[in-house]
Design a protein around this ligand. Structure first.
Ligand code: UDP
Length: 323
């Protein structure tokens, strides 16, 4: 299949590109490099530098490369920033997304896999979270992802554009060549590993008075390769006639608390990791755990690297190689 990956120069986009190429698909990466890194674009993929709002360039790229399906990952994704600058999130995540859909309709590309998020649920009513649970985002990031997901339903009924929306929980880990690198870094595992490597003095735990077993937030960490595999299953299912669908993507189980992740990183790295206590971070639910039963049942998705140690080890190995 010929696939365009928007945001393919980012962390998850580069791993999805790797996995697509490995499975024999062809990839064109479309990325503005506003956050992504040119060197993160996997060898073997074509590359077009462009903005999502440039509908004409998107359309030309789709037509020129005879693209059959799109994986749409380009987005702004920081909860805190979204609360401060909602306009940026509406512009890039909603307007940018609609520009992509216009280009797809123009170029007659009918399949889309969309990177959505657990943030669409807001403060969850129950755990584990199922796709049928209420969606009540508590920040513009989740709100704009949900707005685009909803637009997709109407584009399907009006234009037959079929989609799979994947609601990610906490993506983590690395492959041999691709790992997580944001600037500034806000995600827990890279921050902990930077502290282990001596690149930052300590890790601040955002709140230890949550109603969880050890008082720190519990999250559902999923290895980025397992996440990428779900995109490939979704693309191939769409091409075989699978109807538009929404799936959670996490490993389920009990999840891991912030303290457990820090202990795991101490074990894996053998390093001391200084920790300090900080206040809660605005907008953080106490627990976010996915039920991924639907994608397991309908697409046969099977995560293979669920152990936190495996996930953290892969991220640590990648970071060591980068130094
Ligand atoms: N967290 C923390 N200290 C940090 C970064 C994150 O305690 O320096 C916590 C955060 O409050 C959340 C969990 O780690 O409970 C995972 O946060 P992350 O930003 O990695 O992912 P999110 O759950 O926001 O998608």
């Amino acid at each position: 299949m010929k696939v365009m990956v928007t945001g393919g120069a980012g962390y998850i986009g580069s791993v999805v590109t790797e996995e697509l190429l490995r499975g024999g698909d062809e990839v064109v990466v479309y990325d503005s490099l506003y956050k992504g890194h040119r060197e993160a674009v996997v060898e073997g993929a074509a590359f077009v530098k462009g903005d999502l709002l440039d509908t004409a360039l998107l359309r030309e790229t789709l037509a020129h490369h005879k693209v059959e399906a799109v994986v749409h990952m380009a987005a702004d994704s920081l909860v805190g920033e979204s609360v401060k600058v909602p306009a940026k999130y509406y512009r890039n995540n909603v307007l940018g997304g609609l520009s992509l859909l216009d280009a797809m309709l123009g170029a007659e590309v009918k399949y889309l896999v969309f990177s959505s998020t657990a943030a669409v649920y807001g403060e969850p009513a129950k755990q584990p979270i199922e796709e049928t649970d209420p969606t009540q985002p508590t920040n513009p990031y989740g709100e704009t992802k949900l707005a685009f997901e909803r637009a997709l339903r109407w584009y399907d009924s009006a234009h037959g554009l079929r989609f799979v929306s994947l609601r990610y929980f906490n993506a983590a880990g690395a492959t041999e060549r691709s790992g997580e690198r944001h600037d500034p870094e806000t995600h827990l595992i890279p921050i902990i590993l930077q502290a282990a490597a001596g690149q930052r003095p300590e890790v601040t735990v955002f709140g230890d008075d949550y109603p969880t077993p050890d008082g720190t937030c519990v999250r559902d960490y999923i290895h980025v390769v397992d996440l990428a595999q779900a995109h490939i299953l979704a693309l191939h299912a769409l091409a075989k006639g699978h109807p538009s669908s929404i799936y959670n993507l996490g490993c389920g189980g009990e999840g891991y608390s912030v303290k457990q992740v820090i202990d795991c990183a101490r074990r894996v790295t053998g390093r001391d990791i200084p920790v300090s206590k900080g206040p809660r971070r605005a907008g953080d639910p106490a627990v976010l755990i996915a039920s991924s039963a639907r994608i397991v049942r309908e697409l046969g998705w099977r995560p293979t690297q669920q152990k936190l140690d495996t996930i953290v080890e892969s991220a640590w190995r990648w970071m060591q190689r980068k130094r």
